[in-house]
Write a protein that binds this ligand. Sequence first.
Ligand SMILES: [Zn+2]
Length: 264
Amino acid sequence: MYTNRFISNAFSIQRKNTPKKFSFSASTTFKVVENGVLMDGYYRDPSEKHSKGGREKHLGVDITGPTDGGASVRGKLNDPRRGLPVYSCINTIIPINDLNQAKVFNKTTNSLVTGVGIQGTGNAEMIEAKIKTQPWKDTSDHAYGGIVGFHCYYRYNNLQGTRSEFTAWIEFLHLITDEFPPRYGSSVATKDEWNALGRGNGWGPEIKNNAVVPPSFFQGPIYSIIGYLGATQSPHVHVQVAFHDGHSNSMQNTIRIDPLIFVY
Ligand SMILES: [Zn+2]
């Protein structure tokens, strides 16, 4: 009886913890931050929240390092997560079905939408990506820090049997730069205080404004460093993705899609 009960419990635990596609699971780990974990997921209204929090929606994901170092350093300048590298881990192959079933928010109409409605089949493949360093800036807490954006261009087979293109504008927020040294508690580190810790600061060596990079830039086993997370009080990188059906060089911001389809 004990054995049966144990097996039964094991099954229910396993079922409960089996991650559904693109949904939050405590066991999900990332490469974009090495062994990184999801601190807060993407949600479009309070019913989709993963954790208790003040905000109504979060149209991106917050990813952080695996260890916060405990209460004595958590959130402090020397929090072990602060200064961790953020790597170029963007999927270069995306199933059209995933895009058409994704959670999407239309910022213009303020509406929750299922999928981006691509009229195509199979997998989209990245052609190339164009880098933008600090495409915009905002010193309020929700956007404070260095930002690197990628215009990622993908091609797919449309229903007419020819090739079409879409653009994913993928932004990485809250990176540490000389202009945006870490905020912690009610303080802001000086550039020198931060650099004295010997951790990361600024863009990775291959991150140049307007540089065009091939899909291999986003594929392992060696990844490029985008920057270093931790400009905000709670050290993490916020990743958000805007979708545009077509080729676009501008910062599209209307159709915001679940970033877990794009980052890994
Ligand atoms: Zn966030």
